[in-house]
Each structure stands twice: as C-alpha cells, then as structure tokens.
Design a protein around this ligand. Structure first.
Ligand code: HEC
Length: 189
C-alpha cells in the first residue's frame, strides 16, 4: 500500500471519530461504489459497440462509431446519474474533451508510474474529495483490440482517418498493458 493511500485511510479513520466525520466516511464508501458501477456501465456499453463496429465495417468505420458513441454514452449516463463523466489521457486524441485537468494529470502520472512498476491498469483507481466535489478516476489499460487505433504501427487508412478527425492526435504509439487513459467521474457533495 502506498504512503498516500495510507494517509487517506488514516484521515478517513480520524474523521470517523466524530459523528459528522463518520457520516462523511460512510458516504464516501457509497459514492465510490456508485462511481465504480457507473464506470462499469460506461465501459460495458462502449466496448461491445467498438468490437461490433470493427467486425462489421473495419477500423475506419469504427473510428466514426467511437467518436460519436463515446460522448453520447457519457452524456446519457451523466443525465441518468447526476455524475460528470469524462475520458481523459496524458496523450489525448480528442483535445476538446480528453485533456486532463491538474488533478487528473497528477493521478494519471501516478498510474503510469505504478504501471512501470508492474501494477495492472485494470486494478488502478483512486478516489478523493477535492473542494466540494467527490472525484473518482479509473485507469484503462491497452488491450490487443486497442492497438488498431492507438498502437505503434497503424494501417495507413486508419492513420488518414484519424488525421482528418483529430489533427492534434497524440494517442498513438502505445503498447500492450500500458495505461491508455482513464474514466474520470465527479459529483458535487
Ligand atoms: C477503431 C479505432 C479505435 C479503437 C480500436 C480504440 N479506440 Fe480509443 N479512441 C478512438 C477514437 C476515434 C477516440 C476519440 C473519441 C472522441 O472523439 O471522443 C478514442 C479515444 C479514446 C479515449 C479517450 C481519451 C482520448 O485520448 O481522446 C480513451 C481513454 C481510449 N480511446 C481508450 C481506448 C482503449 C482502452 C481501447 C481498447 C479497448 C481503444 N481506445 C480502442 C479510436 C479507437
């Protein structure tokens, strides 16, 4: 366990010595569980559509599906749950939506560090109260299917389609098992 997470645990325990603090600590556990469930729904909705688009129309077609469906699913889930949802990355593709803020950037760097020490992205998540927001971030690792559009060598048709949609694309050159980015969720407390 990292020193940081021990510090967080210690402060949660300390807070729980007062009745108000106890309520806060319990709420945070519930909020985290809610965030985990929403991320599951997000990924669970997106990945099958991506796979299907790849199979039925190839990668260039799937780029279009990813570009349209990912923000639609995020918006829908946000309306349903009241949480803000984003996908962010240190090497983002969609510069308007995926550029991390300071807090996200800090955690993404920690995720990269943890990955370089052998931890699996699928196991990396972090929750924190920041100002009046509860924030939750969960890493997304690079799997084989991702390499078609985020890998080191891309088919030229894929490269062209990406250049057209995302002239400032930075989300290439990844290899298996790296941290591609993260789901970032927040809600007002
Ligand atoms: C068919 C091509 C394609 C495949 C395969 C693909 N992606 Fe992407 N990815 C995209 C496109 C296009 C975007 C930009 C979407 C948008 O405009 O919001 C994107 C954006 C993202 C983002 C949001 C952050 C950013 O850089 O904009 C993450 C995170 C991400 N992809 C992860 C993955 C992971 C993990 C996989 C494998 C499970 C994967 N992608 C497979 C095309 C693809």
């Amino acid at each position: 366990m990292s020193i940081k997470s021990m510090t967080v645990m210690a402060s949660v325990l300390w807070a729980s010595f007062t009745p108000q603090g106890f309520a806060d600590a319990v709420d945070q556990v519930a909020l985290k569980a809610e965030a985990v469930a929403i991320v599951k729904r997000f990924g669970g909705a997106l990945k099958p559509q991506l796979k299907q688009a790849l199979q039925s129309g190839g990668p260039v077609n799937a780029i279009g599906v990813c570009a349209v469906r990912a923000p639609e699913i995020a918006k829908q889930l946000s309306l349903e749950t009241g949480w803000q949802l984003k996908r962010v990355s240190l090497k983002f593709r969609h510069s308007k939506t995926a550029m991390p803020d300071k807090w996200e950037e800090k955690i993404l760097r920690q995720f990269d560090e943890r990955q370089s020490q052998g931890e699996l992205p699928a196991e990396m998540a972090y929750a924190e109260v920041v100002g009046d927001q509860f924030r939750f971030i969960k890493a997304q690792g690079v799997e084989a299917i991702c390499l078609t559009c985020h890998g080191e060598t891309l088919d030229s048709s894929v490269r062209d389609a990406l250049n057209k949609h995302y002239p400032d694309d930075r989300a290439i050159g990844y290899s298996l098992g790296q941290v591609r980015g993260a789901f970032s969720l927040s809600r007002a407390l």
